[in-house]
Design a protein around this ligand. Structure first.
Ligand code: SF4
Length: 307
């Protein structure tokens, strides 16, 4: 199979490209895939609020080894996770190509399917992950690495390679009290989300160090599973991020995901619901405009990857 990287047009003059993008903000190919997506929707879904086919085409992601050294109580991975071999580099590139065709240029691509930073590091194949990130950019996708981050915090030189050689700029870091496996923070001893603020601060400091050393703008998203056990801590977590501007410069998005009955999730009692998360969000952000912010803050229940 011919990879998309080999079929990309030669690089044009940067300023001419920028001028063209200014005059035509939606790339011709993107406009085509959006049109195709819209036309593929059943008429009942072609509503005024529909974003599929208008702003987005689909959520791009790779599937990998399904390996993770953590054993969170809420995990989307299958029960046979950690038994599946890491796919070859060629297979992962095929997945990236398939996503890219479906999304058009500039589509966000989650590099996931287990904790891939963990998987590639432990398998002694870190070079491959660097190449996967490079490849995603080379075909016109925007990769985001989904991870619990423990490998990166213990091996910052690996993160530095991903940033400098791979071009990685976005990481989604999963931190919450459903996690089992975080060194120094055994799940039985974490009683509330505030107990994990030192972990969040350690990631903040890591990004600031990498930024200072490399000059590249590494950014995070927080990925957080909301359960009955930690839902009342959501305002506290938001307040922690808002308390220091350096934190919000690094953590550009907070994603609160109500628990979903998926994968090897083991705690299925008293599920938290999106509206409940929305109310905590408004409380945490100290917002006074009520209805509008609640609307903006309502997270969707997701079966998708946290890392
Ligand atoms: S939820 Fe993420 S960090 Fe937790 S076990 Fe599953 S893949 Fe690992």
């Amino acid at each position: 199979m011919v990879s998309l990287a080999e079929t990309q047009p030669p690089k044009k003059n940067r300023w001419r490209e920028r001028w063209h993008a200014f005059r035509n903000p939606i790339h011709e190919e993107k406009a085509r895939v959006l049109r195709e997506r819209w036309n593929a929707l059943p008429p009942s879904l072609q509503t005024p609020n529909q974003i599929s086919g208008r702003h987005l085409t689909h959520c791009g992601f790779t599937l990998g080894a399904s390996y993770c050294s953590f054993h969170c109580t809420h995990c989307y991975l299958p029960k046979n996770a950690n038994e599946i071999p890491i796919p070859s580099l060629a297979q992962v590139k095929e997945q990236i190509d398939a996503n890219r065709r479906f999304q058009g240029p500039g589509g966000g691509l989650q590099i996931t399917g287990g904790d891939v930073a963990d998987a590639y590091w432990k398998a002694g194949r870190p070079d491959e992950l660097v190449e996967i990130i490079q490849y995603a950019y080379s075909v016109g996708s925007i990769p985001m690495l989904m991870t619990h981050g423990q490998t990166l915090i213990e091996h910052p030189e690996f993160l530095e390679r991903l940033v400098v050689e791979g071009g990685l700029r976005q990481i989604s870091v999963h931190v919450d009290m459903t996690q089992a496996g975080r060194h120094g923070f055994p799940i039985g001893r974490v009683k509330c989300e505030a107990d994990l603020h030192p972990v969040r601060q350690a990631f903040t400091d890591l990004a600031l160090r990498i930024r200072a050393k490399t000059g590249f703008p590494l950014e995070y998203a927080l990925s957080f599973t909301v359960t009955r056990r930690n839902i009342d801590d959501v305002p506290e977590v938001i307040r922690w991020y808002l308390a220091d501007p350096q934190r919000s410069h690094v953590w550009r998005m907070l994603s609160f995901q109500p628990e979903a009955d998926t994968g090897r999730t083991i705690s299925r009692s008293g599920r938290s619901r999106p509206m409940m998360c929305g109310r905590r969000f408004v409380r945490g952000s100290a917002c006074r405009c009520g209805a509008m912010c609640r609307f903006l803050a309502i997270p969707t229940a997701t079966a998708g990857p946290r890392s």
